[in-house]
Design a protein around this ligand. Structure first.
Ligand code: ZN
Length: 282
């Protein structure tokens, strides 16, 4: 027994010695580098604190939004409601459109083409929504020969792709869509599938023909106001189809002023807007 114990002691001695040496080395290391490590840790902490403080106002703003959005009741739509809609963007004119709308204090609805989304930054998209305007999707390619072809039309896949891209690239969620050239091109099956996938489709009842009157903004104003007059007699809200074009930009102030003068109030079209305009369901 004794022998055994001694043997054990002898066996552990070098181990304890090695441990003590190691301890000595590590404390020396701590003395030498510990300070700088703490410094860098503090640096990192300050850095992350800085990031947090930097982010704080943004978080505050977005934290304020959701409850507002959740409690946001749909605005009533009357015969004196007008929805301005701008298709085919984002275009190089987008900022001029948004500036003008803010100046006039009117919201609008933009239908973006997926393939154009590289022209817009997430901040711009979010600013559009924050200003009370709305964003929807207008396919990826805008190519009728693909979107509405008899065999495997790409309409639904393109809308889903645009919606996903909007979520990924811009961080916005919207199920609002406008069919290029109008929903009349959709087959009944495709129209039903579109609804099943959770999309809200918006067509129009005023065509500005701004693509036709390429350089003539006066003609665009005239076209819109003439149709607005006709619809006023039918006591219908107005959904005006326009595009992000230069001539449209030039026509817009006159259109807005005339409609304001006639007692119209402007709304962005939302998914919960209690008014539907869909050629397929007319
Ligand atoms: Zn279009």
């Amino acid at each position: 027994m004794r022998k055994k114990r001694r043997y054990k002691k002898l066996r552990w001695k070098p181990a304890i010695l090695a441990f003590l040496i190691l301890l000595g080395i590590s404390s020396a290391c701590l003395l030498l580098f510990g300070n700088s490590n703490t410094k860098s840790a503090t640096k990192q902490a300050t850095k992350s604190e800085k990031i947090v403080t930097k982010k704080a106002p943004v978080q505050k703003a977005s934290a304020k939004k959701p409850p507002k959005k959740a409690s946001e009741k749909p605005k009533p739509v009357t015969e004196k409601t007008v929805f301005l809609t701008f298709d085919d963007g984002p275009s190089p004119f987008l900022s001029r459109f948004t500036n003008l709308l803010q100046q006039e204090k009117v919201p609008a609805t933009f239908f973006f083409i997926g393939e154009n989304l590289n022209r817009i930054q997430p901040e711009t998209a979010k600013a559009i929504l924050a200003s009370g305007s709305n964003i929807g999707w207008h396919s990826m390619t805008h190519d009728a020969s693909l979107l509405y072809r008899k065999n495997s039309p790409t309409f639904l896949a393109e809308m889903e792709q645009a919606r996903a891209l909007g979520r990924e690239k811009l961080g916005i969620t919207s199920n609002l869509i406008r069919a290029p050239y109008g929903s009349t091109y959709l087959s009944s099956a495709l129209h039903q599938e579109t609804k099943d996938k959770g999309f809200t489709l918006l067509d129009w009842n005023i065509d500005s023909n701004d693509w036709r009157y390429k350089t003539n903004s006066a003609r665009v104003v005239e076209t819109v106001l003439h149709q607005a007059n006709a619809l006023a007699k039918q006591k219908e809200p107005l959904v005006i189809l326009m595009h992000e074009r230069k001539n449209t930009l030039e026509a817009l102030p006159a259109i807005i002023h005339a409609l304001k003068k006639n007692g119209y109030s402007f709304q962005a079209y939302k998914e919960n807007t209690p008014f539907k305009l869909n050629f397929r369901e007319h």
